[in-house]
Design a protein around this ligand. Structure first.
Ligand SMILES: *[C@@H]1O[C@H](CO)[C@@H](O)[C@H](O)[C@H]1NC(C)=O
Ligand SMILES: *[C@@H]1O[C@H](CO)[C@@H](O)[C@H](O)[C@H]1NC(C)=O
Ligand SMILES: *[C@@H]1O[C@H](CO)[C@@H](O)[C@H](O)[C@H]1NC(C)=O
Ligand SMILES: *[C@@H]1O[C@H](CO)[C@@H](O)[C@H](O)[C@H]1NC(C)=O
Ligand SMILES: *[C@@H]1O[C@H](CO)[C@@H](O)[C@H](O)[C@H]1NC(C)=O
Ligand SMILES: *[C@@H]1O[C@H](CO)[C@@H](O)[C@H](O)[C@H]1NC(C)=O
Length: 473
């Protein structure tokens, strides 16, 4: 089963030569295994925010009476640091991704860390069809039942939800003049950047972290993603790269399981211990490779690499390759990948750490026809949001977006890595992983990470003072 159908976080790289492992390890179950074991994030989530619900319109783009149906959209709010409407203190909004919003809020400590300095109100909005924001009476089974019902799951509807909710919330708080900045990582980062482009009257700026908005059509090569993973391992140890490369034929049954570990370890190669997709030590790639006790025992090394990923806490009793639980509720991505999120990333050249393969759009279509009786629209995202020749286009038209990318993150290949204008800024960290800037800061953060955050804060301060300056004159 094809890799491009996996949820964003799990988008994988399987190749034809290891497809036989799919029978045993269907990739759409993949994110769940990635996320085990379930351990609480720190700090205690109950102390971070209050939960609210908003009655949201099901279909923003149609006046057919059926479209007037509503659903309950969840959002999380923290007003502890907010300066309030009188001082027009800013509002920071996280544009939710493909999953439970609590998970993203707990992993976006940056917003909590900087809220006091900005006297900001924090709001995290859940994406429709995920978490508890499920149409059709909150019943997931009903909402996911068929294409007719899933049809309302799209990025454009999600952006319209965010605009509607933000405007309503500002009215309720009589905070119409407060500046809004949107934040997001990964797919949420794509949404943040697109929100700024589509709703400039609602948000004055966007911090778009590790958002591969250029991983559509042929803008970015299908080989880039796996090249970066290959490079991550190779730069740490040429020998390790060779060992893994030689393994695939021998371990057909567990190939999907092992390659999942490699991708996620690359994405989350953070400088401090983390618990985003799974509990991991600092610099997990190095840790996986550096165990000298294993000598040249290929299988021991492979097991060790996977063990770091699947069992860092040491409390996993046995590995369940067929686990199909989905604790973070990422299931809807399959639908999104079959409609508009067509991101070719699965190509592997000869030198790749994975077996050589090419992405097949034809297979992608076949899968989607079988699963949903629909055809993807691979050019819709660039039609709606642009992407081709982005520098020339956005230089004249856009403003106030920060694109952060860490070059160790395979998704950085489809990110914006060059400055587009004075206010559309690319911040690139050579040693950075997937939206590392958005994590809670710690005493052990390296200088480059502190510097990234300092620059982001400085840029956002400029946006806000410019906004208030213009507002008062
Ligand atoms: C907001 O977050 C801070 C932690 O940064 C926490 O101490 C506070 O209790 C939270 N406020 C609410 C209303 O949840
Ligand atoms: C604004 O207030 C109305 C009336 O109390 C409420 O129904 C609505 O949910 C509120 N909006 C938000 C975003 O909470
Ligand atoms: C990408 O380019 C290849 C080769 O030019 C072409 O066959 C394919 O249709 C293109 N795909 C898209 C989505 O534009
Ligand atoms: C591992 O293999 C390398 C090269 O094949 C060799 O130089 C080295 O001595 C071996 N190490 C052990 C512990 O066997
Ligand atoms: C997980 O790690 C612990 C401690 O290192 C070990 O005892 C256990 O066997 C590991 N689980 C698996 C499935 O290998
Ligand atoms: C973009 O410009 C800023 C200064 O405005 C600079 O700090 C940053 O390094 C530049 N980014 C790149 C990728 O060159």
């Amino acid at each position: 089963m094809p890799p491009w159908l996996l949820p964003f976080f799990s988008s994988l790289i399987f190749s034809q030569s290891i497809t036989s492992s799919f029978a045993k390890f269907p990739p759409w179950y993949f994110p769940s295994s990635m996320i085990r074991p379930e351990t609480p994030s720190s700090p205690d989530k109950n102390e971070l925010y209050k939960t609210k619900y908003f009655t949201q319109i099901l279909d923003h783009f149609n006046y057919n009476p059926q479209s007037y149906q509503t659903f309950q959209q969840r959002y999380l709010i923290n007003d502890t640091f907010w300066g309030g409407p009188k001082t027009k203190a800013p509002i920071f909004v996280y544009t939710g991704n493909e999953g439970n919003i609590e998970w993203f809020a707990q992993n976006t400590g940056f917003m909590f860390d900087i809220a006091p300095e900005f006297k900001a109100l924090l709001v995290f909005i859940e994406h429709r069809y995920y978490g508890k924001s499920i149409p059709y009476g909150g019943d997931r089974k009903k909402a996911y039942k068929n294409s007719k019902r899933l049809g309302f799951l799209s990025s454009t509807q999600a952006l319209a939800d965010y605009a509607t909710l933000i405007i309503d919330l500002k009215n309720n708080l009589t905070a119409m003049d407060s500046a809004v900045i949107v934040f997001g990582g990964s797919y949420g980062g794509m949404l943040a950047a697109w929100f700024r482009l589509k709703y400039p009257h609602v948000a004055i700026g966007a911090l778009s972290s590790s958002s591969p908005i250029l991983q559509f059509e042929n803008i970015t090569s299908q080989y880039t993603f796996n090249n970066i993973i290959t490079q991550d391992f190779r730069s740490e140890s040429e020998n390790c790269y060779k060992v893994i490369k030689g393994l695939w034929r021998e371990i057909e049954d567990t190939a999907g399981w092992l390659s999942s570990a490699l991708v996620y370890v690359s994405m989350t190669d953070y400088p401090t211990p983390s618990n985003f997709i799974a509990p991991l030590p600092a610099y997990p790639i190095k840790q996986a490779i550096d165990d000298p006790t294993l000598g040249n025992d290929t299988f021991a090394k492979m097991y060790q690499a996977a063990n770091i990923y699947y069992n860092y806490t040491g409390d996993v009793k046995c590995f369940d390759l067929d686990d199909d639980s989905d604790p973070h509720d990422l299931g809807g991505w399959q639908w999104q990948a079959c409609t508009e999120m067509v991101m070719p990333i699965s190509g592997n050249k000869e030198e790749s750490i994975f077996p050589a393969s090419t992405y097949s759009y034809t297979d992608h279509v076949k899968y989607c026809e079988a699963a949903y009786e629909i055809q993807p629209r691979p050019t819709w995202i660039t039609t709606e949001f642009g992407g081709h020749d982005i520098t020339r286009v956005l230089k004249r038209f856009g403003s106030n977006i920060i694109f952060f990318n860490g070059l160790r993150d395979p998704w950085s290949g489809g990110g914006v890595l060059n400055n587009i204008s004075k206010s559309i800024i690319a911040i690139v960290a050579e040693k950075g992983a997937h939206h590392v800037d958005l994590r809670f800061s710690t005493d052990k953060d390296p200088d480059w990470l502190r510097d990234v955050r300092k620059r982001e804060i400085g840029i956002m301060k400029d946006w806000i003072s410019e906004y208030y300056h213009m507002h008062s004159s």
